[in-house]
Design a protein around this ligand. Structure first.
Ligand SMILES: [Zn+2]
Length: 126
């Protein structure tokens, strides 16, 4: 299960194309990438998470989705896909660390309450 949204099995396509926990990043950085595609290519990629994942990770096999392959277009695609992957990674890491801090906080509060109430058992050796 995806540790961010807890609503979908965790997989590469979910992380890159649809996890609700990282929508903010995706909405900002995916649109410029889709705008570089042909209208039919953008529609096809939006309807097929595996195809969109392939474009983001390695668009060199997806040239039929883009209007005219060129060095300039290739450079723009590289720029947007790299930014998208990095931003998704950063947001995922931030959210997982925040969740971990909350869990550690709960453990510390539990330990403190147990300790202050005198229920904590001491180890005195054998
Ligand atoms: Zn998710």
């Amino acid at each position: 299960m995806c540790p961010l949204c807890e609503d979908h099995p965790e997989c590469r396509a979910h992380f890159i194309t649809s996890c609700s926990a990282t929508d903010q990043v995706r909405q900002k950085l995916l649109q410029p990438l889709l705008a570089l595609m042909s209208p039919a290519g953008a529609t096809a990629a939006q309807e097929d998470p595996e195809l969109l994942t392939q474009v983001v990770l390695d668009h060199s096999k997806c040239w039929e989705l883009f209007p005219t392959p060129s060095e300039e277009l290739n450079s723009k695609i590289e720029k947007f896909t790299a930014r998208l992957c990095y931003a998704l990674h950063c947001m995922r890491t931030r959210k997982l660390l925040a969740a971990k801090k909350i869990i550690i906080g709960y453990i510390m509060v539990y330990w403190l309450i147990t300790f202050l109430s005198g229920e904590r058992t001491e180890y005195h050796g054998e």
